[in-house]
Design a protein around this ligand. Sequence first.
Ligand code: NAI
Length: 479
Amino acid sequence: KVNGLEFAVADLSLAEAGRHQIRLAEHEMPGLMATRKEYAAEQPLKGAKIAGSLHMTVQTAVLIETLVELGAEVRWVSCNIFSTQDEAAAAVVVGKNGTPDNPQGVPVFAWKGETLEDYWWCTDQLFRFGEDGPNMILDDGGDATLLVHKGVEFEAAGAVPEASEDDSEEYRVILETLRRSLAEDSGRFGRIAKNIRGVTEETTTGVHRLYEFARGGDLLFPAINVNDSVTKSKFDNKYGCRHSLIDGINRATDTLIGGKVAVVCGYGDVGKGSAESLRGQGARVIVTEIDPICALQAAMDGYQVALLEDVVEIADIFVTTTGNFNIITAEHMARMKHQAIVGNIGHFDNEIDVAGLEKIPGIKSVEIKPQVDEYTFPDGHSIILLSKGRLLNLGNATGHPSFVMSNSFTNQVMAQIELFTKPGEYDKQVYVLPKKLDEKVARLHLDALGVKLTKLTKEQADYIGVDVEGPYKPDHYRY
Ligand code: NAI
Protein backbone atom coordinates (compact mmCIF):
# COMPACT_ATOMS: atom_id res chain seq x y z
CA LYS A 1 0.00 0.00 0.00
CA VAL A 2 1.50 3.37 -1.05
CA ASN A 3 -0.37 6.65 -0.48
CA GLY A 4 -3.43 4.63 0.47
CA LEU A 5 -3.33 2.78 -2.87
CA GLU A 6 -3.29 -1.00 -2.53
CA PHE A 7 -1.68 -3.12 -5.22
CA ALA A 8 0.44 -6.21 -5.86
CA VAL A 9 2.36 -6.12 -9.14
CA ALA A 10 5.82 -7.25 -10.25
CA ASP A 11 7.68 -3.95 -10.57
CA LEU A 12 6.38 -0.38 -10.66
CA SER A 13 9.51 0.80 -12.45
CA LEU A 14 8.11 -0.87 -15.60
CA ALA A 15 5.34 1.75 -15.66
CA GLU A 16 6.96 4.01 -18.23
CA ALA A 17 7.43 1.15 -20.70
CA GLY A 18 3.81 0.18 -20.11
CA ARG A 19 2.59 3.76 -20.59
CA HIS A 20 4.27 3.98 -24.03
CA GLN A 21 2.54 0.77 -25.12
CA ILE A 22 -0.79 1.97 -23.75
CA ARG A 23 -0.44 5.22 -25.71
CA LEU A 24 0.11 3.29 -28.95
CA ALA A 25 -2.75 0.93 -28.11
CA GLU A 26 -5.16 3.84 -27.59
CA HIS A 27 -4.75 4.81 -31.23
CA GLU A 28 -5.60 1.23 -32.23
CA MET A 29 -8.70 1.13 -30.01
CA PRO A 30 -11.07 3.61 -31.67
CA GLY A 31 -14.19 2.08 -30.11
CA LEU A 32 -12.98 2.63 -26.56
CA MET A 33 -11.67 6.11 -27.31
CA ALA A 34 -14.97 7.14 -28.95
CA THR A 35 -16.82 5.78 -25.91
CA ARG A 36 -14.67 7.95 -23.62
CA LYS A 37 -15.60 11.01 -25.67
CA GLU A 38 -19.28 10.15 -25.93
CA TYR A 39 -19.74 9.76 -22.17
CA ALA A 40 -17.20 12.29 -20.87
CA ALA A 41 -19.83 14.75 -19.66
CA GLU A 42 -22.47 12.25 -18.57
CA GLN A 43 -20.18 10.06 -16.38
CA PRO A 44 -22.59 7.09 -16.46
CA LEU A 45 -20.35 4.93 -14.26
CA LYS A 46 -20.11 7.46 -11.43
CA GLY A 47 -20.67 5.44 -8.26
CA ALA A 48 -19.81 2.15 -9.95
CA LYS A 49 -17.29 0.03 -8.05
CA ILE A 50 -16.11 -2.46 -10.62
CA ALA A 51 -14.28 -5.65 -9.69
CA GLY A 52 -12.52 -6.68 -12.91
CA SER A 53 -10.99 -10.10 -13.55
CA LEU A 54 -9.57 -10.14 -17.07
CA HIS A 55 -6.06 -10.74 -18.49
CA MET A 56 -4.03 -7.71 -17.30
CA THR A 57 -2.59 -6.73 -20.68
CA VAL A 58 -1.91 -3.44 -22.43
CA GLN A 59 -5.33 -3.61 -24.09
CA THR A 60 -7.01 -4.22 -20.74
CA ALA A 61 -5.20 -1.16 -19.39
CA VAL A 62 -7.04 0.93 -22.00
CA LEU A 63 -10.32 -0.70 -20.91
CA ILE A 64 -9.61 0.02 -17.22
CA GLU A 65 -8.75 3.66 -17.88
CA THR A 66 -11.90 4.01 -20.00
CA LEU A 67 -14.05 2.74 -17.10
CA VAL A 68 -12.30 5.23 -14.80
CA GLU A 69 -12.85 8.09 -17.27
CA LEU A 70 -16.55 7.23 -17.23
CA GLY A 71 -16.61 7.71 -13.46
CA ALA A 72 -16.00 4.20 -12.10
CA GLU A 73 -13.84 3.14 -9.20
CA VAL A 74 -12.00 -0.01 -10.27
CA ARG A 75 -9.99 -2.89 -8.77
CA TRP A 76 -8.37 -5.42 -11.09
CA VAL A 77 -6.87 -8.91 -11.26
CA SER A 78 -5.82 -11.14 -14.14
CA CYS A 79 -7.98 -14.15 -14.99
CA ASN A 80 -4.98 -16.36 -15.68
CA ILE A 81 -1.71 -16.97 -13.84
CA PHE A 82 0.45 -16.37 -16.94
CA SER A 83 -1.40 -13.66 -18.87
CA THR A 84 -0.35 -10.44 -17.12
CA GLN A 85 1.95 -8.04 -18.93
CA ASP A 86 3.88 -6.68 -15.98
CA GLU A 87 4.56 -3.33 -17.65
CA ALA A 88 0.83 -2.81 -18.26
CA ALA A 89 -0.02 -3.70 -14.65
CA ALA A 90 2.64 -1.24 -13.40
CA ALA A 91 1.40 1.55 -15.67
CA VAL A 92 -2.20 1.12 -14.47
CA VAL A 93 -1.14 1.28 -10.81
CA VAL A 94 1.10 4.31 -11.36
CA GLY A 95 -1.58 6.05 -13.44
CA LYS A 96 -1.17 8.77 -16.05
CA ASN A 97 -0.09 11.42 -13.55
CA GLY A 98 1.74 9.37 -10.94
CA THR A 99 5.30 8.13 -10.63
CA PRO A 100 6.58 4.79 -9.32
CA ASP A 101 7.27 6.52 -5.97
CA ASN A 102 3.91 8.20 -5.96
CA PRO A 103 1.43 5.87 -7.68
CA GLN A 104 -1.97 7.41 -8.33
CA GLY A 105 -3.76 4.91 -10.51
CA VAL A 106 -5.90 1.84 -9.95
CA PRO A 107 -5.40 -1.06 -7.50
CA VAL A 108 -4.15 -4.03 -9.54
CA PHE A 109 -3.28 -7.43 -8.09
CA ALA A 110 -1.60 -9.34 -10.92
CA TRP A 111 1.80 -10.44 -12.15
CA LYS A 112 3.07 -12.85 -14.79
CA GLY A 113 3.73 -16.26 -13.27
CA GLU A 114 1.43 -16.38 -10.25
CA THR A 115 1.00 -19.64 -8.35
CA LEU A 116 -2.55 -20.92 -7.91
CA GLU A 117 -2.41 -19.70 -4.28
CA ASP A 118 -1.34 -16.23 -5.49
CA TYR A 119 -4.06 -16.24 -8.12
CA TRP A 120 -6.91 -16.92 -5.71
CA TRP A 121 -5.44 -14.57 -3.11
CA CYS A 122 -5.54 -11.85 -5.80
CA THR A 123 -9.12 -12.73 -6.71
CA ASP A 124 -10.08 -12.44 -3.03
CA GLN A 125 -8.37 -9.00 -2.88
CA LEU A 126 -10.57 -7.93 -5.79
CA PHE A 127 -13.62 -7.80 -3.53
CA ARG A 128 -12.06 -5.68 -0.77
CA PHE A 129 -13.66 -2.40 -1.75
CA GLY A 130 -14.22 -1.31 1.86
CA GLU A 131 -17.12 -2.74 3.88
CA ASP A 132 -19.67 -3.60 1.21
CA GLY A 133 -17.42 -4.59 -1.64
CA PRO A 134 -17.95 -3.80 -5.32
CA ASN A 135 -21.31 -3.24 -7.01
CA MET A 136 -20.32 -4.57 -10.46
CA ILE A 137 -18.20 -7.47 -11.74
CA LEU A 138 -16.45 -7.55 -15.09
CA ASP A 139 -15.38 -11.14 -15.59
CA ASP A 140 -13.48 -13.29 -18.08
CA GLY A 141 -14.00 -17.01 -17.57
CA GLY A 142 -16.15 -16.56 -14.49
CA ASP A 143 -13.63 -17.01 -11.67
CA ALA A 144 -14.60 -13.77 -9.87
CA THR A 145 -18.29 -14.70 -10.19
CA LEU A 146 -17.52 -18.23 -9.00
CA LEU A 147 -15.75 -16.98 -5.86
CA VAL A 148 -18.80 -14.93 -4.85
CA HIS A 149 -21.21 -17.81 -5.55
CA LYS A 150 -19.07 -20.31 -3.62
CA GLY A 151 -18.58 -17.80 -0.80
CA VAL A 152 -22.34 -17.31 -0.48
CA GLU A 153 -22.95 -21.07 -0.63
CA PHE A 154 -20.46 -21.81 2.16
CA GLU A 155 -21.66 -18.89 4.29
CA ALA A 156 -25.16 -20.34 4.12
CA ALA A 157 -23.81 -23.80 4.99
CA GLY A 158 -21.95 -22.30 7.96
CA ALA A 159 -18.58 -23.74 6.91
CA VAL A 160 -16.25 -24.34 4.01
CA PRO A 161 -16.20 -28.10 3.29
CA GLU A 162 -13.03 -30.20 3.36
CA ALA A 163 -11.65 -31.06 -0.07
CA SER A 164 -12.46 -34.56 -1.28
CA GLU A 165 -9.98 -36.87 -3.00
CA ASP A 166 -11.47 -36.20 -6.43
CA ASP A 167 -11.16 -32.42 -6.16
CA SER A 168 -8.62 -30.74 -8.42
CA GLU A 169 -5.62 -28.95 -7.01
CA GLU A 170 -7.21 -25.66 -8.02
CA TYR A 171 -10.48 -26.40 -6.22
CA ARG A 172 -8.50 -27.17 -3.05
CA VAL A 173 -6.89 -23.75 -3.33
CA ILE A 174 -10.30 -22.11 -3.79
CA LEU A 175 -11.58 -23.83 -0.65
CA GLU A 176 -8.50 -22.74 1.32
CA THR A 177 -8.84 -19.15 0.08
CA LEU A 178 -12.49 -19.02 1.11
CA ARG A 179 -11.74 -20.61 4.47
CA ARG A 180 -9.27 -17.81 5.22
CA SER A 181 -11.53 -15.11 3.86
CA LEU A 182 -14.59 -16.25 5.80
CA ALA A 183 -12.59 -16.69 9.01
CA GLU A 184 -11.89 -12.96 8.81
CA ASP A 185 -15.45 -11.94 8.01
CA SER A 186 -18.11 -14.64 7.79
CA GLY A 187 -20.75 -12.45 6.14
CA ARG A 188 -18.54 -10.94 3.46
CA PHE A 189 -19.87 -12.67 0.37
CA GLY A 190 -23.54 -12.35 1.27
CA ARG A 191 -23.11 -8.57 1.51
CA ILE A 192 -21.13 -8.48 -1.73
CA ALA A 193 -23.74 -10.51 -3.61
CA LYS A 194 -26.51 -8.23 -2.38
CA ASN A 195 -24.70 -5.13 -3.63
CA ILE A 196 -23.72 -6.41 -7.05
CA ARG A 197 -25.96 -4.99 -9.76
CA GLY A 198 -24.60 -7.36 -12.35
CA VAL A 199 -21.75 -9.09 -14.10
CA THR A 200 -20.61 -8.70 -17.69
CA GLU A 201 -18.83 -11.80 -18.96
CA GLU A 202 -16.19 -11.82 -21.67
CA THR A 203 -15.72 -15.40 -22.84
CA THR A 204 -17.48 -18.57 -24.04
CA THR A 205 -16.43 -20.62 -21.01
CA GLY A 206 -17.55 -17.97 -18.50
CA VAL A 207 -20.87 -17.56 -20.30
CA HIS A 208 -21.36 -21.32 -20.14
CA ARG A 209 -20.92 -21.17 -16.35
CA LEU A 210 -23.43 -18.29 -16.11
CA TYR A 211 -26.12 -20.17 -18.04
CA GLU A 212 -25.57 -23.15 -15.73
CA PHE A 213 -26.09 -20.97 -12.65
CA ALA A 214 -29.18 -19.42 -14.25
CA ARG A 215 -30.63 -22.81 -15.24
CA GLY A 216 -30.28 -24.05 -11.67
CA GLY A 217 -31.89 -20.86 -10.35
CA ASP A 218 -28.62 -20.09 -8.55
CA LEU A 219 -27.47 -16.94 -10.35
CA LEU A 220 -27.15 -14.26 -7.67
CA PHE A 221 -27.36 -11.18 -9.94
CA PRO A 222 -28.15 -10.26 -13.57
CA ALA A 223 -25.54 -11.01 -16.22
CA ILE A 224 -24.74 -9.75 -19.68
CA ASN A 225 -23.12 -12.24 -22.03
CA VAL A 226 -20.64 -10.02 -23.86
CA ASN A 227 -19.12 -12.99 -25.68
CA ASP A 228 -22.17 -13.47 -27.87
CA SER A 229 -22.24 -9.94 -29.18
CA VAL A 230 -21.42 -10.56 -32.83
CA THR A 231 -18.68 -7.95 -32.63
CA LYS A 232 -17.07 -10.02 -29.86
CA SER A 233 -17.12 -13.73 -30.63
CA LYS A 234 -17.06 -13.44 -34.42
CA PHE A 235 -14.06 -11.10 -34.20
CA ASP A 236 -11.99 -11.58 -31.02
CA ASN A 237 -12.40 -15.37 -30.85
CA LYS A 238 -11.75 -15.75 -34.57
CA TYR A 239 -9.52 -12.98 -35.92
CA GLY A 240 -7.88 -12.45 -32.52
CA CYS A 241 -6.80 -16.10 -32.38
CA ARG A 242 -5.78 -15.99 -36.05
CA HIS A 243 -3.23 -13.40 -34.94
CA SER A 244 -2.21 -14.56 -31.49
CA LEU A 245 -2.07 -18.35 -31.88
CA ILE A 246 0.98 -18.41 -34.13
CA ASP A 247 2.41 -15.48 -32.21
CA GLY A 248 2.44 -17.70 -29.12
CA ILE A 249 3.86 -20.74 -30.95
CA ASN A 250 6.55 -18.63 -32.61
CA ARG A 251 7.67 -16.88 -29.46
CA ALA A 252 7.69 -20.16 -27.57
CA THR A 253 9.44 -22.41 -30.06
CA ASP A 254 10.61 -20.54 -33.16
CA THR A 255 9.78 -23.70 -35.10
CA LEU A 256 8.96 -23.26 -38.78
CA ILE A 257 5.25 -23.89 -39.14
CA GLY A 258 5.17 -24.15 -42.95
CA GLY A 259 4.98 -27.72 -44.19
CA LYS A 260 4.21 -29.13 -40.76
CA VAL A 261 1.04 -31.04 -39.90
CA ALA A 262 -1.06 -29.25 -37.29
CA VAL A 263 -4.14 -30.59 -35.52
CA VAL A 264 -6.76 -28.14 -34.28
CA CYS A 265 -9.25 -29.72 -31.85
CA GLY A 266 -12.59 -27.91 -32.15
CA TYR A 267 -13.85 -25.79 -35.04
CA GLY A 268 -15.93 -23.16 -33.24
CA ASP A 269 -14.99 -19.48 -33.40
CA VAL A 270 -11.58 -19.97 -31.78
CA GLY A 271 -10.94 -23.12 -33.82
CA LYS A 272 -11.76 -21.34 -37.10
CA GLY A 273 -9.30 -18.56 -36.33
CA SER A 274 -6.67 -21.00 -35.10
CA ALA A 275 -6.90 -23.25 -38.16
CA GLU A 276 -6.57 -20.24 -40.45
CA SER A 277 -3.64 -18.97 -38.42
CA LEU A 278 -1.72 -22.20 -38.97
CA ARG A 279 -2.79 -22.58 -42.60
CA GLY A 280 -1.62 -19.02 -43.23
CA GLN A 281 1.89 -20.16 -42.31
CA GLY A 282 1.68 -23.10 -44.71
CA ALA A 283 0.86 -25.86 -42.23
CA ARG A 284 -1.33 -28.75 -43.36
CA VAL A 285 -4.17 -28.48 -40.88
CA ILE A 286 -6.35 -31.32 -39.61
CA VAL A 287 -9.46 -30.53 -37.57
CA THR A 288 -11.27 -32.67 -34.99
CA GLU A 289 -14.91 -31.97 -34.11
CA ILE A 290 -17.87 -33.55 -32.34
CA ASP A 291 -20.50 -31.30 -33.94
CA PRO A 292 -21.53 -32.36 -37.46
CA ILE A 293 -22.22 -28.76 -38.52
CA CYS A 294 -18.78 -27.51 -37.48
CA ALA A 295 -17.16 -30.65 -38.95
CA LEU A 296 -18.89 -29.97 -42.27
CA GLN A 297 -17.79 -26.32 -42.13
CA ALA A 298 -14.19 -27.42 -41.60
CA ALA A 299 -14.40 -29.85 -44.49
CA MET A 300 -15.86 -27.19 -46.80
CA ASP A 301 -13.16 -24.77 -45.70
CA GLY A 302 -10.72 -27.33 -47.06
CA TYR A 303 -9.46 -29.01 -43.91
CA GLN A 304 -9.18 -32.74 -43.36
CA VAL A 305 -11.46 -33.72 -40.48
CA ALA A 306 -10.23 -36.74 -38.58
CA LEU A 307 -10.16 -38.48 -35.22
CA LEU A 308 -7.33 -37.40 -32.96
CA GLU A 309 -6.50 -41.09 -32.37
CA ASP A 310 -5.89 -41.58 -36.10
CA VAL A 311 -3.51 -38.65 -36.60
CA VAL A 312 -1.80 -38.33 -33.24
CA GLU A 313 1.36 -40.03 -34.57
CA ILE A 314 1.76 -37.92 -37.72
CA ALA A 315 1.19 -34.35 -36.54
CA ASP A 316 3.84 -31.89 -35.40
CA ILE A 317 1.63 -29.32 -33.65
CA PHE A 318 -1.53 -29.85 -31.55
CA VAL A 319 -3.82 -27.05 -30.42
CA THR A 320 -7.00 -27.46 -28.34
CA THR A 321 -9.76 -24.87 -28.80
CA THR A 322 -12.83 -26.65 -27.46
CA GLY A 323 -13.68 -25.17 -24.04
CA ASN A 324 -14.18 -28.84 -23.14
CA PHE A 325 -11.95 -31.05 -20.98
CA ASN A 326 -9.69 -34.05 -21.44
CA ILE A 327 -9.24 -33.47 -25.18
CA ILE A 328 -5.55 -34.44 -25.35
CA THR A 329 -4.83 -37.23 -22.88
CA ALA A 330 -1.56 -38.51 -21.48
CA GLU A 331 -1.90 -41.57 -23.74
CA HIS A 332 -2.20 -39.30 -26.79
CA MET A 333 0.94 -37.42 -25.78
CA ALA A 334 2.82 -40.69 -25.23
CA ARG A 335 2.11 -41.61 -28.88
CA MET A 336 3.16 -38.29 -30.42
CA LYS A 337 6.23 -37.64 -32.58
CA HIS A 338 9.49 -36.55 -30.96
CA GLN A 339 9.29 -32.87 -30.03
CA ALA A 340 5.66 -32.48 -31.05
CA ILE A 341 4.33 -29.13 -29.83
CA VAL A 342 1.22 -29.28 -27.63
CA GLY A 343 -0.76 -26.24 -26.60
CA ASN A 344 -4.20 -25.02 -25.63
CA ILE A 345 -5.93 -21.77 -26.57
CA GLY A 346 -9.25 -22.50 -24.83
CA HIS A 347 -9.95 -20.80 -21.52
CA PHE A 348 -9.01 -23.50 -18.99
CA ASP A 349 -6.00 -25.79 -18.78
CA ASN A 350 -8.02 -29.01 -18.42
CA GLU A 351 -8.25 -29.44 -22.22
CA ILE A 352 -4.84 -31.14 -21.95
CA ASP A 353 -4.34 -33.74 -19.23
CA VAL A 354 -1.16 -32.25 -17.80
CA ALA A 355 -1.74 -33.89 -14.40
CA GLY A 356 -1.95 -37.29 -16.15
CA LEU A 357 1.20 -36.52 -18.15
CA GLU A 358 3.13 -35.73 -14.99
CA LYS A 359 1.99 -39.00 -13.39
CA ILE A 360 3.45 -41.21 -16.16
CA PRO A 361 6.10 -43.34 -14.41
CA GLY A 362 9.60 -42.26 -15.42
CA ILE A 363 8.53 -39.04 -17.21
CA LYS A 364 10.99 -36.15 -16.86
CA SER A 365 10.39 -32.49 -17.50
CA VAL A 366 12.78 -29.61 -18.10
CA GLU A 367 11.90 -25.93 -18.42
CA ILE A 368 13.34 -24.72 -21.73
CA LYS A 369 12.31 -21.17 -20.81
CA PRO A 370 9.34 -19.74 -18.87
CA GLN A 371 6.08 -21.27 -20.14
CA VAL A 372 7.89 -23.78 -22.39
CA ASP A 373 8.46 -27.25 -20.91
CA GLU A 374 9.87 -30.36 -22.52
CA TYR A 375 8.51 -33.67 -21.20
CA THR A 376 10.67 -36.69 -21.99
CA PHE A 377 9.06 -40.13 -21.88
CA PRO A 378 10.89 -43.22 -20.64
CA ASP A 379 11.44 -44.33 -24.28
CA GLY A 380 13.46 -41.14 -24.91
CA HIS A 381 11.02 -39.17 -27.10
CA SER A 382 9.69 -35.85 -25.87
CA ILE A 383 6.89 -33.38 -26.38
CA ILE A 384 6.97 -29.61 -25.89
CA LEU A 385 4.14 -28.31 -23.72
CA LEU A 386 3.27 -24.61 -23.93
CA SER A 387 2.15 -22.58 -20.90
CA LYS A 388 1.63 -25.78 -18.88
CA GLY A 389 -1.59 -26.28 -20.83
CA ARG A 390 -2.97 -22.81 -20.12
CA LEU A 391 -4.05 -20.55 -22.92
CA LEU A 392 -0.87 -20.18 -24.94
CA ASN A 393 -1.63 -16.99 -26.83
CA LEU A 394 -1.62 -15.12 -23.51
CA GLY A 395 0.99 -17.26 -21.76
CA ASN A 396 3.59 -17.40 -24.54
CA ALA A 397 2.68 -14.13 -26.27
CA THR A 398 0.65 -11.05 -25.38
CA GLY A 399 -2.84 -12.14 -26.44
CA HIS A 400 -4.94 -10.49 -29.09
CA PRO A 401 -3.93 -7.17 -30.66
CA SER A 402 -5.54 -3.87 -29.69
CA PHE A 403 -7.83 -3.34 -32.65
CA VAL A 404 -9.81 -6.54 -32.15
CA MET A 405 -9.91 -6.05 -28.38
CA SER A 406 -11.36 -2.59 -28.94
CA ASN A 407 -14.44 -4.34 -30.33
CA SER A 408 -14.71 -6.73 -27.38
CA PHE A 409 -14.09 -4.06 -24.77
CA THR A 410 -16.47 -1.50 -26.25
CA ASN A 411 -19.15 -4.16 -25.75
CA GLN A 412 -17.90 -4.61 -22.19
CA VAL A 413 -18.20 -0.89 -21.42
CA MET A 414 -21.70 -0.73 -22.90
CA ALA A 415 -22.74 -3.77 -20.89
CA GLN A 416 -21.35 -2.26 -17.68
CA ILE A 417 -23.26 0.98 -18.32
CA GLU A 418 -26.43 -0.96 -19.09
CA LEU A 419 -26.44 -3.02 -15.89
CA PHE A 420 -25.12 -0.27 -13.61
CA THR A 421 -27.51 2.45 -14.74
CA LYS A 422 -30.61 0.23 -14.81
CA PRO A 423 -30.74 -1.54 -11.45
CA GLY A 424 -33.95 -3.52 -11.08
CA GLU A 425 -34.64 -3.64 -14.82
CA TYR A 426 -32.90 -6.98 -15.30
CA ASP A 427 -33.77 -10.31 -13.65
CA LYS A 428 -31.20 -12.79 -12.39
CA GLN A 429 -30.80 -14.14 -15.89
CA VAL A 430 -28.26 -13.94 -18.71
CA TYR A 431 -28.85 -11.30 -21.41
CA VAL A 432 -27.08 -10.21 -24.59
CA LEU A 433 -26.73 -6.61 -25.73
CA PRO A 434 -29.27 -5.40 -28.31
CA LYS A 435 -28.22 -5.67 -31.95
CA LYS A 436 -28.32 -1.91 -32.35
CA LEU A 437 -25.38 -1.63 -29.92
CA ASP A 438 -23.56 -4.47 -31.67
CA GLU A 439 -23.85 -2.57 -34.94
CA LYS A 440 -22.70 0.59 -33.18
CA VAL A 441 -19.51 -1.17 -32.01
CA ALA A 442 -18.76 -2.26 -35.56
CA ARG A 443 -19.50 1.20 -36.90
CA LEU A 444 -16.96 2.74 -34.53
CA HIS A 445 -14.23 0.63 -36.12
CA LEU A 446 -14.92 1.29 -39.80
CA ASP A 447 -13.22 4.65 -40.33
CA ALA A 448 -9.89 3.43 -39.01
CA LEU A 449 -9.85 0.78 -41.76
CA GLY A 450 -11.03 3.14 -44.50
CA VAL A 451 -14.30 1.26 -44.89
CA LYS A 452 -16.98 3.10 -46.85
CA LEU A 453 -20.40 1.85 -45.85
CA THR A 454 -23.24 1.90 -48.38
CA LYS A 455 -26.34 3.66 -47.09
CA LEU A 456 -29.77 2.12 -47.66
CA THR A 457 -32.34 4.27 -49.43
CA LYS A 458 -35.71 4.54 -47.67
CA GLU A 459 -37.27 2.45 -50.45
CA GLN A 460 -34.62 -0.29 -50.12
CA ALA A 461 -35.02 -0.31 -46.34
CA ASP A 462 -38.80 -0.70 -46.71
CA TYR A 463 -38.32 -3.45 -49.30
CA ILE A 464 -36.23 -5.61 -46.95
CA GLY A 465 -38.23 -4.55 -43.91
CA VAL A 466 -35.61 -2.74 -41.83
CA ASP A 467 -35.04 0.79 -40.60
CA VAL A 468 -32.56 2.93 -42.60
CA GLU A 469 -30.53 3.30 -39.39
CA GLY A 470 -30.66 -0.40 -38.49
CA PRO A 471 -30.70 -2.90 -36.94
CA TYR A 472 -30.17 -4.60 -40.29
CA LYS A 473 -30.59 -8.24 -39.33
CA PRO A 474 -33.10 -10.23 -37.27
CA ASP A 475 -31.81 -11.67 -33.98
CA HIS A 476 -31.62 -15.18 -35.42
CA TYR A 477 -29.20 -14.13 -38.19
CA ARG A 478 -25.85 -15.88 -37.73
CA TYR A 479 -23.25 -13.84 -39.70
P1 NAI B 1 -17.25 -22.64 -29.50
O1 NAI B 1 -18.31 -23.29 -28.70
O2 NAI B 1 -17.60 -21.75 -30.64
O3 NAI B 1 -16.24 -23.74 -30.08
C1 NAI B 1 -15.81 -24.88 -29.41
C2 NAI B 1 -15.91 -26.05 -30.41
O4 NAI B 1 -15.29 -27.20 -29.85
C3 NAI B 1 -17.35 -26.41 -30.74
O5 NAI B 1 -17.57 -26.36 -32.13
C4 NAI B 1 -17.49 -27.83 -30.19
O6 NAI B 1 -18.36 -28.63 -30.98
C5 NAI B 1 -16.06 -28.33 -30.24
N1 NAI B 1 -15.79 -29.45 -29.31
C6 NAI B 1 -16.31 -29.67 -28.08
N2 NAI B 1 -15.84 -30.83 -27.57
C7 NAI B 1 -14.98 -31.34 -28.50
C8 NAI B 1 -14.18 -32.51 -28.56
N3 NAI B 1 -14.18 -33.41 -27.58
N4 NAI B 1 -13.41 -32.70 -29.66
C9 NAI B 1 -13.43 -31.82 -30.70
N5 NAI B 1 -14.19 -30.69 -30.71
C10 NAI B 1 -14.95 -30.45 -29.61
O7 NAI B 1 -16.34 -21.85 -28.44
P2 NAI B 1 -15.25 -20.73 -28.80
O8 NAI B 1 -15.88 -19.40 -28.72
O9 NAI B 1 -14.52 -21.14 -30.00
O10 NAI B 1 -14.32 -20.83 -27.49
C11 NAI B 1 -13.53 -21.98 -27.24
C12 NAI B 1 -12.71 -21.76 -25.97
O11 NAI B 1 -11.77 -20.71 -26.18
C13 NAI B 1 -13.52 -21.33 -24.76
O12 NAI B 1 -12.93 -21.90 -23.61
C14 NAI B 1 -13.35 -19.83 -24.74
O13 NAI B 1 -13.61 -19.29 -23.47
C15 NAI B 1 -11.92 -19.70 -25.17
N6 NAI B 1 -11.48 -18.44 -25.76
C16 NAI B 1 -10.13 -18.19 -25.73
C17 NAI B 1 -9.61 -17.05 -26.28
C18 NAI B 1 -8.15 -16.78 -26.20
O14 NAI B 1 -7.73 -15.67 -26.49
N7 NAI B 1 -7.33 -17.73 -25.85
C19 NAI B 1 -10.47 -16.06 -26.95
C20 NAI B 1 -11.86 -16.43 -26.99
C21 NAI B 1 -12.33 -17.58 -26.42
